[in-house]
Design a protein around this ligand. Structure first.
Ligand code: KG4
Ligand code: ZN
Length: 362
């Protein structure tokens, strides 16, 4: 695409493209490759998800007990084209009808992000359409409005995933304001580590959730984090240690017998703190709307407790349906649509940024 002097394009076309960043409202392609899911989605200009295709790499990483970055990049390279083509096919959209490309720029695994960003740049160049880079967090936050467009635009947002346990105040105008976050592990990380200690494999969160459904959380209770009630912060590292000590004191036979109770008690300790802090943020901000997003928002016990409390306190609640809780590209397309409307564009020099954080959210 470029000559050895990168500033000089081989053809004259790129000059035309770079200046033609006009956004024509129409179907937008979203691309997400920040971790171990290769995803593509087509979103209509009215916000309707026409397709959302996700290829999970769980089988690739399972035997290592966690995501292996090098293998993740390779798997993204192998499947990105097929997944994008499949998203278009399922949407019934031709390539020529795609009006823009939105891609996760960061944070995430560097090599994995580069695959998505390079692919999105190539598409934007080939199709002569605008490109926009969004943060993974913007995507998760946008997921709360994906199926619920009338949900208030001012809301407290709890992002709970493998990398984040962050509370934001989102208002109609202006950037999201960080209210507080975890001091150590993210909630998803705690679920994954707990699941690993309980011998539940990878990914741990969904397995622990499933097992906990047949356990009694009161049989083997776990401590709640000791952070004072009013502080909008989280800490889950002590809980991990508590599980380790409990397991060390138990015989293998009793662990086998009580595994479901251990899972239920461990889970209860995480989700009750998440619920308490989310509603504390609602109380402190005076905003009567709460959105909970990210992989951990798929947790069945968390969803139940949030719905119960929102109902009893008269708070509007938005939690995406399961397919949009964990990583997906529809949320990236949705965040991209908002960004394009706000005039954001990415040039073909845009690079993946593994450590892109909430401060970058515009
Ligand atoms: O949002 P996500 O797919 O990726 C990140 O951005 O990190 O979240 C993945 C995290 C993992 O830690 C996974 O174990 C957790 O979400 N997770 C769950 C459940 N489903 C996914 N945790 C608890 N219960 C679940 N049902
Ligand atoms: Zn995520």
């Amino acid at each position: 695409m470029f000559s050895s002097d990168e500033s000089k394009p081989v053809t004259g076309q790129i000059d035309t493209y770079l200046s033609a960043d006009r956004w024509v409202e129409g179907p937008l392609l979203g691309i997400e490759t920040s971790c171990d899911e290769t995803a593509a989605a087509v979103l209509d200009a009215d916000g309707t998800v026409r397709s959302s295709v996700i290829s999970s790499q769980h089988q690739v990483h399972e035997r290592f007990g966690g995501v292996v970055p090098e293998l993740a990049s390779r798997a993204h390279i192998e499947s990105i084209e097929t997944i994008a083509a499949s998203a278009l096919e399922r949407a019934g959209t031709a390539w020529r009808d795609i009006c823009g490309v939105a891609v996760t720029q960061g944070p995430g695994l560097a090599g994995a992000l580069i695959v998505g960003v390079s692919y999105a740049k190539a598409l934007a160049y080939a199709l002569r359409i605008p490109l926009v880079g969004v943060t993974h967090l913007e995507g998760h936050i946008a997921s709360a409005w994906l199926q619920n467009p009338d949900f208030p635009s001012s809301a407290v947002v709890l992002v709970v995933s493998g990398g984040h346990t962050h509370l934001y105040k989102k208002t109609k105008a202006g950037p999201c304001q960080l209210l507080g976050c975890t001091r150590d592990d993210a909630a998803g990380e705690a679920f994954d580590k707990g699941a690993q200690m309980l011998g539940l494999g990878f990914p741990g969160g969904p397995a622990l959730d499933k097992l906990a459904q047949s356990g009694d959380s009161k049989k083997i209770p776990f401590p709640k984090s000791s952070i004072r009630k009013a502080a909008l912060e989280f800490s889950f590292s002590g809980l991990k240690t508590a599980l380790l000590y409990k397991l060390q004191r138990m015989t293998l036979a009793s662990v086998d017998r009580d595994r479901a109770h251990l899972a239920a008690g461990f889970q209860e300790s995480i989700v009750s703190v998440l619920v308490d802090k989310a509603f504390e943020a609602v109380r402190q901000t005076g905003i009567g709307a709460l959105a909970v997003v990210g992989g951990v928002s798929a947790n069945s016990r968390l969803r139940m407790l949030l719905h119960e409390k929102a109902r009893s306190e008269g708070i509007q609640l938005s939690i995406p349906s399961l397919q949009y809780c964990t990583d997906n590209a529809a949320m990236i397309a949705s965040a991209g649509m908002q960004a394009l409307r706000a005039g954001r564009r990415a040039s073909l020099d845009t690079e993946a940024c593994a450590s892109l954080d909430e401060a970058s959210m515009r």
